[in-house]
Design a protein around this ligand. Structure first.
Ligand code: SF4
Length: 101
């Protein structure tokens, strides 16, 4: 889950209660709008926002735990573990079909 401490935060429906990895996440205190797209966002604005989020994730000490959580919980929205929504959909499709890469 994105750990931004704003009221905009969208808590994942399946978030377990005890996930200590969240305590040391690089996104703690970062606005959720960096990780979650506003309605109607497209094109360059979306690409720019996603690049900014991924840059934060690159330096995150819990990127693997975050990514695992998002994939396991099938998170539909936002950047988690450096993966966009499209990245996760691709990953899920490849996993289903056994496609490699
Ligand atoms: S990997 Fe990214 S979204 Fe996940 S906890 Fe770290 S900074 Fe936040």
């Amino acid at each position: 889950m994105l750990l931004a401490e704003t009221s905009e935060i969208r808590a994942p429906a399946a978030a377990p209660h005890h996930e200590e990895w969240r305590e040391v996440a690089a996104c703690r205190g970062v606005a959720s709008s960096v990780f979650f797209s506003p309605d109607g966002e497209r094109g360059r604005a979306r690409a720019r926002r996603e690049a900014n989020a991924r840059q934060i994730c690159e330096d995150c000490p819990v990127v693997a735990q975050c990514r695992d959580h998002a994939l396991t919980a099938d998170e539909p929205y936002g950047i988690w573990g450096g993966m966009t929504e499209a990245d996760r959909r691709r990953h899920a499709r490849r996993t289903r079909t056994g496609e490699r890469r």
